[in-house]
Design a protein around this ligand. Structure first.
Ligand code: SAM
Length: 289
């Protein structure tokens, strides 16, 4: 896509050119790190929806250039629909993160040693139809999160782009089921005209008997009974995408004889206190002044 003169005036666009970043987005990850220290102690990381690769560049720089880095310990895997120019030490998977075969290829990479950081800057091609765009963005987030439950080590960090909409508080509450510390931030390099923001989820600690699965609602937003599974999984509410193409059936939610298992479980979920984080204040929207 040709850059407009507005892009060229943008300070981060120009800085990215000067400093050799493939996209101005690099600064968003760098600014999130300044605010949350997301690279601390990280040697294994995943970059979902990575092309053209500026976040991967940041990961390579931060993880491989420390004076103390043992390069044999460092592993960075990037995934995107498009292939990107190689980077030192970066493993690339070309594929769709919403497809199980892509997820499995990534899970295989971290089978022996889990990642400590998963980042996702995924964005679909915008259609201009707001509900559809928000829905597709939510699908990417769900796919990214579901992959994360398979590859992230306890105490690990998940960072993902979200569109700030009316369902953000619900999303934060749901993520709090899995992480000790959940925040949503708008780094100063993210254009104020954009509705994007980033969830920064730290201290991964799923409920003790939660079993990551490829066949759960985080990946498949169908409001049927399949998502209610065994053990801790039954407490995890299905993620609701704004503009969902399959909204609740009003008849199912109103009849007393035919309970909706989704609604029943959501009621149970709502009455359960959210895990409190000692290390983290309540989720907040951090917008620079
Ligand atoms: N973080 C990147 C960087 O710094 O260079 C920029 C990412 S760009 C905003 C969004 C990327 O999401 C695109 O490269 C696109 O191909 C990718 N993407 C969108 N849908 C995807 C999907 N289903 N699976 C994998 N990648 C996807």
């Amino acid at each position: 896509m040709r850059k407009t003169s507005k892009d060229k005036r943008d300070i981060y666009y120009r800085l990215a050119k000067e400093e050799g970043w493939r996209a101005r987005s690099a600064f968003k990850l760098l600014h999130l790190d300044q605010q949350f220290g997301i690279f601390k102690g990280v040697t294994r990381a995943v970059d979902l929806c990575a092309a053209p690769g500026s976040w991967s560049q940041v990961l390579v720089k931060k993880l491989r250039s420390r004076p103390t880095s043992d390069l044999s310990e460092v592993k960075i895997v990037a995934v995107d629909l498009q292939a990107m120019a190689p980077l030192p030490g970066l493993i690339q998977i070309v594929g769709d993160i919403t497809k199980e075969e892509t997820a499995q290829a990534l899970i295989k990479e971290f089978k022996d040693s889990a990642a400590q950081l998963v980042v996702c800057d995924g964005a679909p091609d915008v259609t201009g139809l707001h509900d559809i765009d928000e829905f597709i963005q939510a699908q990417l987030l769900l796919a990214a999160f579901n992959i994360t439950t398979h590859v992230l080590a306890p105490a690990g960090t998940f960072v993902a782009k979200v569109f700030r909409g009316k369902d953000v508080s619900l999303l934060l509450s749901q993520l709090q089921l899995f992480f000790g510390c959940v925040n949503i931030a708008k780094p100063r390099s993210s254009r104020s005209t954009s509705i994007e923001a980033f969830v920064v989820c730290q201290n991964y600690k799923p409920l003790p008997d939660y079993k990551p699965t490829m066949h759960n609602p985080l990946l498949n937003l169908s409001y049927d009974d399949k998502w209610i599974s065994e053990g801790a999984n039954k407490f995890v509410s299905p993620f609701l995408a704004s503009g969902d193409l399959q909204p609740f059936d009003s008849l199912r939610s109103c009849t007393t004889e035919q309970h909706s298992p989704v609604l029943d479980a959501c009621t149970e979920e709502r009455s359960r206190p959210l895990p409190k984080s000692s290390a983290c204040p309540a989720p907040s929207l951090t917008v620079p002044t």
